[in-house]
Write a protein that binds this ligand. Structure first.
Ligand code: PGA
Length: 251
């Protein structure tokens, strides 16, 4: 059975004390409640060590938002997969559209980042998705297929089974414009069919595919009830504990 996952992507938000307050609230509000999903919080790198204290009981899992494709060395400002692993960080978002857009990350570079994370046992939450013009031109399936092929399909079956995918139509991120449940399901089913072709049905059935893009407590239930939607990658709504946990409670 594949896992349901709700992961919060805090992006570049919150000071240290605000971050501590938010994670503390989430942690406390989760007490005595059971969730039908794994709850992951991807904090800014600077706060990961603090956040790992909250992961000890297993109620929460912690993720980073980026890692270098390089092993180590003279790469000022970068954070390596080995560094994340040394803090027992379980997940790392890779290939978020904001990194592709503002930091010019390419499919090839993202393949290398994925390799480094897997070398150190950190699970990538790998983001794929088309921009608005690509959807309007009706080439969104091709775009997503290319992202999968160029960044992930060099992996062997065992390696691939450690990947969590996040389909994030770029036109839905931070815009308040969500993909309809039908649009999400259509793309998620397409992604799973590509995985089936490459790795077989067993692997495809085990891979969690999250939806991301203006997911909120109102639309989460319907999105998550789609056959091939296994949870969400949540930006804006992950910055408020009530909203985030309401989403995590939507299965
Ligand atoms: P959003 O962001 O929920 O604010 O649209 C999602 C994401 O960027 O992962």
């Amino acid at each position: 059975m594949r896992k349901n996952i709700v992961a919060g992507n805090w992006k570049m938000n919150k000071t240290f004390s605000e971050a501590e307050e938010l994670i503390d609230q989430i942690f406390l509000e989760m007490e005595d409640k059971s969730f039908q999903c794994e709850v992951v919080i991807c904090t800014p790198a600077l706060y990961l060590e603090m956040a790992t204290d909250y992961a000890e009981e297993g109620r929460l899992k912690i993720g980073a938002q980026n890692a270098s494709e390089h092993e180590q060395g003279a790469y000022t400002g970068e954070i390596s997969a080995a560094m994340l692993a040394s803090l027992d960080i379980e997940y790392c978002i890779i290939g978020h559209s904001e990194r592709r857009k503002y930091f010019h990350e390419t499919n090839q570079q993202l393949a290398e980042k994925t390799d480094r994370l897997l070398d150190y046992g950190v699970k990538p939450i790998f983001c794929i998705g088309e921009v608005l013009e690509e959807r309007e031109e009706n080439i969104h399936f091709e775009v997503v297929k290319k992202q999968l092929e160029e960044s992930l399909f060099h992996l062997n079956k065992d390696e691939f089974s450690n990947i969590v995918l996040a389909y994030e139509p770029v036109w839905a991120i931070g815009t308040g414009k969500t993909a309809t449940p039908g649009q999400a399901q259509e793309m998620h089913a397409f992604i799973r069919s590509q995985i089936t072709e490459k790795y077989g049905k067993e692997t495809a059935d085990e891979v969690s595919i999250l939806y991301g893009g203006s997911c909120n407590p109102k639309n989460a239930k319907e999105l998550f009830s789609q056959t091939d939607v296994d949870g969400g990658l949540i930006g804006g709504a992950s910055l408020k504990s009530d909203d985030f946990l309401a989403i995590a409670n939507s299965f």
